[in-house]
Design a protein around this ligand. Structure first.
Ligand code: PLP
Length: 576
C-alpha cells in the first residue's frame, strides 16, 4: 500500500460504524465491534492511508454499570461532553425522518498515526435547537430505545453520514466500508445520488450495480437471529414509501422486513467475515453471496502495556512502524519477558485494589475473563463444576480470577449470568479468589489483558465471529485458554501459543466434554507448568508474542483491507 501524504488528492475510504472506541473518556462503544473500528482507524492513520471514519456521538454514552453485592446490575447514563475532546465542524445537513427534516452536525476527532498520517473521525449529532426534543435525542444512546429509535439512528448514520461527507468536501470516495449492517442505508443515499434529478423510482439495475461497485461490507454476526432487522411498517414510517419501494424494487429487502445485513450484502462488491471460520459460517448463512475472510487484529501500540512497550523498544526498535518485526520476540531472553509481565501484573493488581479494595496474590495463577456479558460468551462456564475447581485450586493452585463485562440493559440472560458468577464465586471463596471489576471499558481492558497470566475465552462454538481480547493478551505475552472458535482456530498452536478447550474437529464438543477439557488443561497442563516449570511457561508467553502479536494486529488487517477490499478490481471469492 503506497503511503499517501496528507493533502494529496487521494480519495479516501469512508469507514462507517455504529460504534467507534477511540478513548475511554468517550463512551461511544459497547464492546468488540467499536474497539475494532477504533483500532482499524488508528492503524489506517499509522499507515498514512486516506480514510475517514463516520459514527454517531451518543451524548449519553452506552451506560455505566453498577453491581451490588449479589452481582445484580443496574445502569446509569454515561453522559459526557464533546467540547473538550472533539472539534465542532461548521456544516449542517438534513435527513428526512418520518417526513420531517432532521438537522445533523458533526464533531471531529483527528487520529494521528506513527508516521504523521491523520484520519479524521466524524461523530454525527442531532442535538441542535432546530430539531424537536425527540429528534435531538436521536444521537443520545448507543443501542437504546425501540425499533423506531434505532432505525432513525441508522438513517442518520447511513444517509446523514453520506450527506455530511459531501458537505465536508469529500466528493470522491474510494470505497464506502460498512462495519456491520447498521450503516447499510448509506447504499440508499448513494442510490439517491445516482438517480438525482430523475427520482429514486427510476433506479435501474445498472444504477444499483454502480452503487455496489463502491461498497464494502464486513459482517460480524454469525447468528442470523441477532441481525438487525426492522418491520416494513416501521421502515415505511421512518423512511417513507418511496424509499422503501425503491429498496423492494432493487431486491434489497423481502416483503416483510428491512434486513440491514441483507441490504448491505446486496449493495456490496466485496463482503468479508472476520476470521476464516467465520467466513465459512457466513457462507452457510448467505449462500447467494461471495464471502471473503479478513481476520481481525488489534492496534498493537494501544494494547501493549508500558512494560512490554519498553521491552520491545529495546529489542525490536521498529516494532511500532512494522508490527511484523514482533516475530523477533523469539530472541528476547525469557527472564526479561517474565520481568515485563511481573510489572504489568503489578499494575493490574494495584488497579484492581484501587477499584475494588480486593488485594490479589501476585504469585497466584491469575485468570482473566472480561467481555460483554451476553449468554453465548458463557462467563460462568469456568464455574460449572465448583467442586472440581475447588479441588484444582487446593491441589495445584493458588488460583484467582478477575472478571469484567457489562450486560445490555435489556439482556436479562446476560444479567442473570453475572449473578451466577457472583454466587459461584461466593461459594468458592475459601479456595479461589474472585473479583468482578465493574463498568468494563477500554481502560480496564488495557490493564486486564496485559496483567493476568492466562486469558480465558469460552464462547459457544460458532457464535464468536472473531473475538479480539485474546489478541490484546498475546501482545503482552499472555497466552489464551480458549474454545476453538473465531480467531483462536488460527492463533492456537497447542502448548506453544496457548491451549484449546474442547475438540479440534468441526462438530460441536458437548458442553460437559468442554467443561472437562477446560478443567483438565488447567489441572494437568497449565497449573503444573506455571508453578513448577516457570521457564517453560515463559516460553509459551514469548511464542504468543512472536507468533500471534506479529500477525493478529490491526496493521496487518488494514493492509489486507486495502489490498483486497478497497482496491478497485479486487479478486472476489465465488459463492460456495
Ligand atoms: C477488546 C474489548 C472487547 C472485545 O472482547 P472480545 O474478547 O472480543 O469479546 C470488549 N470490550 C472492551 C472494552 C474491549 O476492550
Amino acid at each position: 500500500m503506497p503511503r499517501k501524504a496528507q493533502g494529496t488528492q487521494a480519495s479516501p475510504v469512508a469507514y462507517f460504524s455504529m460504534e467507534v472506541a477511540l478513548d475511554s473518556a468517550m463512551p461511544t462503544y459497547s464492546g468488540g465491534l467499536g474497539v475494532l473500528a477504533g483500532d482499524l482507524l488508528r492503524a489506517a492513520a499509522d499507515a498514512g492511508m486516506a480514510m475517514v471514519g463516520v459514527t454517531l456521538l451518543y451524548r449519553k454514552g452506552y451506560f455505566r454499570q453498577h453491581l451490588d453485592a449479589q452481582g445484580k446490575q443496574s445502569e446509569s447514563p454515561a453522559a459526557w461532553s464533546p467540547e473538550p475532546l472533539l472539534q465542532p465542524m461548521a456544516p449542517r445537513v438534513q435527513v428526512s425522518l418520518e417526513g420531517r427534516p432532521v438537522t445533523i452536525r458533526a464533531w471531529r476527532s483527528l487520529m494521528r498515526g506513527v508516521s504523521g498520517g491523520t484520519v479524521p473521525v466524524y461523530f454525527l449529532d442531532t442535538a441542535l435547537p432546530e430539531n424537536s426534543p425527540w429528534d435531538q435525542a436521536i444521537t443520545d444512546h448507543l443501542y437504546g430505545g425501540d425499533d423506531r429509535y434505532r432505525l432513525c439512528q441508522e438513517t442518520v448514520l447511513g444517509m446523514g453520514g453520506v450527506a455530511m461527507l459531501r458537505a465536508l468536501g469529500y466528493e470522491r470516495v474510494q470505497a464506502f466500508h460498512m462495519n456491520e449492517g447498521h450503516s447499510a442505508l448509506l447504499g440508499l443515499a448513494l442510490l439517491e445520488e445516482q438517480t438525482w434529478g430523475r427520482g429514486l423510482a427510476s433506479a435501474t439495475p445498472e444504477d444499483v450495480e454502480t452503487v455496489r461497485q463502491r461498497c464494502v461490507f464486513t459482517t460480524h454476526t454469525p447468528v442470523r437471529a441477532a441481525h438487525d432487522r426492522f418491520p416494513l411498517s416501521i421502515a415505511t414510517q421512518v423512511l417513507g414509501r418511496e424509499r422503501v419501494n425503491a429498496l423492494l424494487a432493487a431486491g434489497c429487502c423481502d416483503n416483510s422486513s428491512l434486513d440491514m445485513t441483507y441490504l448491505a450484502l446486496s449493495l456490496s462488491r466485496y463482503i468479508n467475515g472476520v476470521a476464516m471460520l467465520h467466513r465459512a459460517t457466513s457462507a452457510a448463512l448467505f449462500p447467494d453471496f461471495p464471502i471473503n475472510a479478513i481476520t481481525n487484529g488489534v492496534h498493537a501500540v494501544t494494547w501493549t502495556s508500558y512494560p512490554f512497550r519498553r521491552l520491545y523498544d529495546r529489542h525490536i526498535p521498529d516494532w511500532r512502524l512494522d508490527n511484523r518485526y514482533l516475530r523477533h520476540a523469539v530472541g528476547i531472553p525469557v527472564e526479561q519477558i517474565q520481568e515485563a509481565h511481573a510489572a504489568a501484573k503489578g499494575e493490574l493488581l494495584t488497579e484492581v485494589s484501587r477499584r475494588t479494595g480486593t488485594r490479589l496474590d501476585p504469585s497466584a495463577l491469575t485468570l482473566g475473563f472480561a467481555r460483554r456479558a451476553t449468554a453465548y460468551k458463557r462467563h460462568d462456564l469456568l464455574l460449572s463444576d465448583p467442586e472440581r475447581l475447588r479441588r484444582i485450586a487446593r491441589q495445584q493452585g493458588p488460583l484467582q480470577v478477575v472478571y469484567g463485562g457489562k450486560a445490555h440493559p435489556r439482556d436479562e440472560e446476560g444479567k442473570a449470568m453475572i449473578q451466577r458468577v457472583f454466587q459461584a464465586a461466593a461459594a468458592l471463596r475459601d479456595a479461589v479468589r474472585f473479583v468482578y471489576v465493574e463498568d468494563y471499558d477500554m481502560a480496564i481492558a488495557q490493564y486486564l489483558c496485559a496483567g493476568v497470566d492466562l486469558w480465558l475465552n469460552t464462547p459457544q462454538k460458532y457464535q464468536e465471529a472473531s473475538g479480539t481480547s485474546g489478541m490484546k493478551a498475546a501482545l503482552n505475552g499472555v497466552p489464551s485458554l480458549s474454545v476453538l472458535d473465531g480467531w483462536w482456530v488460527e492463533g492456537r498452536v497447542e502448548g506453544v501459543t496457548g491451549w484449546a478447550i474442547g475438540d479440534d474437529h468441526p462438530s460441536d464438543t458437548p458442553p460437559d466434554r468442554e467443561t472437562a477439557s477446560l478443567y483438565d488443561k488447567l489441572e494437568y497442563v497449565i497449573l503444573p507448568m506455571f508453578t513448577s516449570r516457570p521457564l517453560a511457561f515463559a516460553q509459551v508467553m514469548r511464542s504468543a508474542i512472536a507468533l500471534n502479536g506479529s500477525f493478529f494486529n490491526a496493521q496487518r488487517m488494514v493492509h489486507q483491507y486495502a489490498e483486497r477490499a478497497y482496491a478497485p478490481n479486487t479478486k472476489l471469492a465465488r459463492p460456495q
